[in-house]
Design a protein around this ligand. Structure first.
Ligand SMILES: Nc1ncnc2c1ncn2[C@@H]1O[C@H](COP(=O)(O)OP(=O)(O)O)[C@@H](O)[C@H]1O
Ligand SMILES: [Mg+2]
Length: 255
């Protein structure tokens, strides 16, 4: 193992996020190991998105530090990718164009045309949309559009994928497919992931580790390592036991 592999994908120390005088997240320290899937679970308004923005370098913490692959993070990193609840595709670009969009922006590492095309094709293939590569966003279902957003993230060959409630707008069946796809992609592309969700079952099915966020301002109040073998059966005894434990923790405010 090289030295780089021992460094966490992300490490945050005593992070505070606020808007002016209003502190919405405080005292958060966490690490995400390389290739680890961490779910940040909490109710609406507890500060999950604010924390994610701080960890991704989209907003500067009011105190504390964030490091990415061992280096201080002060702006979004080219090897970190983001997926949000809305796929926000550009309607005038086809799937290929959307997946490639931003790959040649100034802060991205320079790549030649052939590698760029290969990366785009690989990412589209990985999310199962090879036959839709020339389709436009208006021709895609909600689930397909979110697959494009995932492919756009993968095309950056990320070390860490930040996903903020990426499947919340999808129907239950599509959501379950996308949860499986996310786990599969993270494993095959050797990336780490921070998945923000308010859905306990989503966290249990996807996570290697669950961080429960609660409080005003929000902080991490409990943590579970999820060692249950995949694929995880929602009705297996160990899954049910974990769900009950999380529900109890949520009811007691995390204590
Ligand atoms: N841009 C903003 N300006 C002021 N307050 C904000 C802003 N964004 C979020 N907040 C507030 O921060 C708190 C946490 O919001 P958010 O991070 O979106 O929570 P979550 O993602 O868990 O639902 C809420 O009280 C919200 O109103
Ligand atoms: Mg949110």
């Amino acid at each position: 193992m090289t030295v780089v592999e021992k460094v966490a994908a992300l490490a945050a120390q005593d992070v505070r996020i606020g808007y002016g005088d209003k502190v919405v997240v405080d005292g958060v320290s966490l690490t995400i190991d390389r290739r680890e899937i961490v779910c940040l679970l909490g109710g609406s308004g507890c500060g999950k998105s604010s924390l994610l923005r701080g960890l991704a370098g989209l907003a500067a913490p009011q105190r504390g530090t964030v490091s990415f692959l061992g280096q201080p993070l002060t702006a979004p990193h080219p090897r970190a990718a983001l997926v949000f609840q809305q796929p926000s595709l550009l309607p005038w670009l086809d799937v290929q164009g959307n997946v490639g969009f931003g790959l040649d922006f100034a802060r991205q590492p320079a790549i030649d045309d052939a590698s760029r095309a290969k990366r785009i094709a690989n990412a589209i293939d990985a999310v199962g949309l090879a036959s839709h590569a020339r389709a436009y966003p208006s021709q895609l279902s909600g689930g397909q559009a979110q697959r494009v957003a995932l492919a756009r993230a993968l095309a950056r060959e990320p070390e860490l994928l930040f996903a903020d409630e990426p499947f919340s707008a999808l129907d239950a069946i599509t959501r379950a497919e996308m949860q499986d796809l996310l786990v599969d992609l993270v494993h095959r592309w050797h990336t780490a992931a921070l998945l923000v969700t308010h859905d306990i079952d989503e966290a249990i099915l996807v996570a290697d580790r669950i961080l429960l966020m609660a409080g005003q301002p929000g902080g991490i109040v409990r943590e579970w390592r999820v060692d249950i073998a995949r694929p995880r059966d929602p009705y297996a005894a160990d899954v049910i036991a974990l769900r009950l434990d999380i529900v109890a923790a949520l009811r007691s405010g995390g204590a």
